[in-house]
Design a protein around this ligand. Structure first.
Ligand SMILES: Nc1ncnc2c1ncn2[C@@H]1O[C@H](COP(=O)(O)OP(=O)(O)O)[C@@H](O)[C@H]1O
Ligand SMILES: [Mg+2]
Length: 276
């Protein structure tokens, strides 16, 4: 028997992949979301979201893409998979997301001019707001990449910025920004995405259990407090700990998880992490 059967769940509630339907509107996420949306709505330009690993940055970026109405926003999400991405390739991807059909890596000058025209059309004729989100932006390690982004931030029409950029990454993103101080200076909003608060952990866990089609009464209050202490409120660690705890509880034949089970599982499943 697997945990889904044992706990009468339709699916696994604590996967560590990003699945937007599990989005929990925590204080941190809600505040970040609203601030970013405000900057986008006012064509403010450059926003930076910094948060430790597992804090929910990718979840936030996906949620923005889903929640912003495509009739009002032209949206593009780029995930930087490795260091050393050529600035010209980045520009091409951004242009393609904005609907430029002949964007080319070998012709960055032509691409930026086509992008400029397209951004004018989007802003002034179609009345939609262009937004590019770049996840894992901490992978930027070259000044030319940052200069390419600065070039975009410099594009203006009728005294307005023409495109919004949201860069998301782990704290090393600060180093990337320092590669081009002139770009760093253009950051209009910098958000630090923090962990869940202690009082939110139980609601977060129950929210995920409910979305997975199960009962919200599996983890008791003391278990949730231990989960908070061990994970320090970091969603990815909460998920890992909860999943391992469900497996253990199933093996023990108990449908209610208490603090003892969580403590034992934490030592075993998260012991390899620093400070736990
Ligand atoms: N607000 C949230 N609501 C629901 N799940 C979340 C939330 N934030 C993070 N998670 C979950 O935690 C895990 C790590 O989130 P992720 O966005 O990948 O973190 P990061 O990109 O900051 O490393 C994922 O399984 C994700 O679904
Ligand atoms: Mg991520």
């Amino acid at each position: 028997m697997n945990i889904e059967e044992f706990f009468a769940l339709k699916e696994s509630p604590f996967k560590t992949t990003v699945d937007e339907k599990y989005y929990f509107s925590s204080v941190q996420h809600r505040t970040a979301f609203n601030k970013i949306k405000y900057v986008i709505d006012t064509m403010g330009g450059l926003t930076v979201v910094i948060g430790g690993s597992g804090m929910g940055k990718s979840m936030l970026s996906r949620r923005l893409i889903l929640d912003l109405n495509p009739k009002e926003y032209e949206l593009g999400l780029i995930i930087i998979a490795h260091t050393g991405v050529a600035g010209a390739l980045l520009l091409k991807q951004i242009a393609q997301h904005m609907g430029v059909s002949n964007a080319s890596e070998s012709d960055p000058v032509g691409t930026i001019s086509a992008l400029y025209k397209q951004l004018l059309i989007l802003n002034q004729e179609k009345g939609v707001k262009p937004v590019i989100l770049i996840d894992e932006a901490n992978m930027f390690d070259k000044k030319e990449q940052m200069e390419e982004l600065r070039g975009l931030m410099n594009l203006e029409g009728q005294g307005q910025k023409l495109i919004n950029l949201v860069l998301l990454g782990i704290p090393e993103l600060e180093h990337s920004l320092r590669l081009d101080p002139a770009l760093a200076q253009r950051v209009i909003l910098k958000i630090t995405l923090g962990p869940l608060q202690q009082g939110e952990v139980k609601a977060y866990i129950n929210h995920r259990l409910r979305i997975a089609g199960g009962s919200e009464e599996i983890f008791d209050d003391d278990a949730c407090d231990i989960i908070y202490n061990v994970s320090r409120g970091i969603p990815r660690l909460i998920n890992t700990l909860c999943l391992n705890t469900l497996w253990r509880a199933k093996d023990m034949g108990t449908r209610i998880v208490n603090a003892n089970i969580v403590t034992a599982v934490a030592k075993e499943s998260l012991g390899h992490l620093n400070g736990i």
